[in-house]
Design a protein around this ligand. Structure first.
Ligand SMILES: Cc1ncc(COP(=O)(O)O)c(C=O)c1O
Ligand SMILES: N[C@@H](CCCC[NH3+])C(=O)O
Length: 451
């Protein structure tokens, strides 16, 4: 794994922090050259809590949850928003999702355990995964989860057997692979035909399997599910997926005489990682999906199903930032300028994995223009270990606090202990108050499982 060669012709864009637009959390502001979020000075917070540090703007997070629910409920009464907790998970975000009236998507037993630990209502939990273990399925069914999203025929038999043994009838969805090529990075497309997820529609396999689902005694087919991928900007992909799914519902009614009551169209709405990114809004996403489902159902003469969506990234990514301290500076003439921070691929694997882009700023120089092009590299033993490649930054000095925006999704939940790095704390900020909601890992934590 290596970094892409630096583009030495790239010019800094000279925008200051507050000109970075949609990447900023809602309450970001600059006072006396310092970046504040939630009324809290990021420089002081970094000193108090140490770095690397994940910081979330709680008002931003709550407002996005409210906006999602309102966008769907106002257009489509019988709808629900399910928070895809794989994007960012700890007890506090689950409590907030509950308070904001969301449902919860968990992939497997570990995420379910978090929901159980805070008493999240189990009937509002949706269980995902392409290979949930028998143990995970049993835990979920015994816990009384609302829906299990069944991903394969083998899993259908497992769920049916376990539910029968536990003496319950489990509500399930069938996850369908709608064959839609979403407009996003190939690594995070999930709805195209070559996918490990869901029942394929090829050779009518999914359609044939509906008969097996309807014949299984201990499950009830409550609905259908699809998820076409993540970080999607073009809304037409969602419309295409909705069309495939509603047509599938119509065929099921025609052939099996069975009305599908619920339709879950998954997550995937993209967000701004760069100041110039222009993702679709939550409102536009709601408008397209609600209108599509309503129109398509009318066309097929179907009763309107309960409509669900499952956003992760678009609820949390822009609410979260990561703070680092600059430790080392290296200029390689004619090659690249490195600014090394005290984290890296252990707290943000997305750059190495997907060549993800982020906008950084120096929190203690936040009103100054970003006049240099640098690579923010991490502290790990990998050449490809970087958080930000070739982006504008103010002239950095050792000890500066760097803030990287848009790191609220798939950073904390994909973090590792590579090189014995304790994972960062998570701090929520709001109205001038900061509170640690996940403490920093200690060296002791790292080896406590060793015998
Ligand atoms: C089944 C399922 N639902 C929802 C999501 C959330 O997606 P996103 O974070 O792109 O909204 C994912 C992740 O892509 C997923 O796999
Ligand atoms: N983890 C990915 C997206 C995959 C979403 C889960 N299906 C990301 O960081 O962008």
């Amino acid at each position: 794994m290596a970094l892409p060669a630096s583009d030495l012709t790239k010019k800094p864009d000279l925008r200051t922090t507050m000109e970075l637009g949609a990447v900023l959390p809602e309450t970001a502001e600059v006072r006396d050259d310092h970046l504040f979020i939630g009324g809290v000075d990021m420089v002081q917070l970094a000193r108090e809590e140490g770095t690397a540090l994940y910081v979330f703007d709680e008002a931003d997070l709550r407002h996005r949850m409210e906006a999602y629910r309102e966008a769907f409920r106002s257009r489509y009464e019988n709808s629900d928003v399910i928070y895809a907790s794989k994007a960012f998970l700890n007890k506090e975000v689950v409590r907030i999702a509950q308070a904001e009236g969301l449902c919860l998507d968990v992939s497997g037993g570990g995420e379910l355990a978090c929901a159980q630990a805070v008493g999240f209502p189990m009937e509002r939990v949706f269980v995902h995964g392409n290979n949930k273990t028998p143990r995970e399925l049993e835990e979920a069914i015994a816990a009384g989860v609302g829906r299990i999203v069944v991903d394969s025929r083998i899993e259908l038999a497992r769920v049916n057997e376990i539910a029968g043994r536990l003496g319950v009838v489990q509500d399930i969805y069938m996850r369908i692979t709608p064959g839609v090529e979403a407009d996003t990075h190939e690594y995070i497309r999930t709805g195209c035909e070559d996918s490990k997820f869901g029942f394929t529609m090829r050779e009518d396999f999914a359609f044939t399997c509906v008969a097996d689902v309807l014949a299984a005694e201990n499950v009830r087919l409550a609905g259908l599910h699809c998820h076409i991928g993540s970080q999607i900007f073009a809304l037409h992909s969602f419309r295409e997926a909705a069309a495939v799914m509603v047509e599938f519902m119509a065929r099921i009614r025609e052939r099996y005489g069975y009305e599908i009551e619920e339709l879950d169209l998954g997550g995937g709405l993209g967000i701004a990682y760069l100041a110039d990114d222009a993702p679709s809004s939550i409102d536009d996403f709601a408008e397209v999906t609600c209108t599509a489902v309503r129109d398509l159902c009318e066309r097929h003469g179907l009763a309107l199903p309960r409509l669900l969506v499952e956003p992760g990234r678009s609820l949390v990514a822009n609410a979260g930032v990561t703070l680092y301290t600059v430790g080392i500076l290296k200029t390689l003439p004619g090659i690249r300028k490195y600014v090394a921070v005290d984290g890296g691929m252990s707290d943000n694997i997305r750059t190495a994995l997907y060549h993800a882009d982020y906008e950084p700023t120096i929190a203690n120089k936040a009103s100054q223009p970003r006049t240099e092009i640098v690579t923010l590299c991490g502290k790990h033993c990998e050449s490809g270990d970087a958080v930000v490649v070739d982006m504008p930054l103010q002239k950095a000095d050792v000890g500066d606090i760097v803030c990287v925006f848009g790191t609220g999704a798939y950073n904390m939940t994909m973090a590792s202990n590579y090189n014995g790095q304790p994972r960062p704390a998570v701090v929520f900020v709001r109205d001038g108050v900061s509170r640690v909601v996940t403490r920093r890992e200690t060296y002791e934590d790292l080896y406590q499982r060793d015998l």
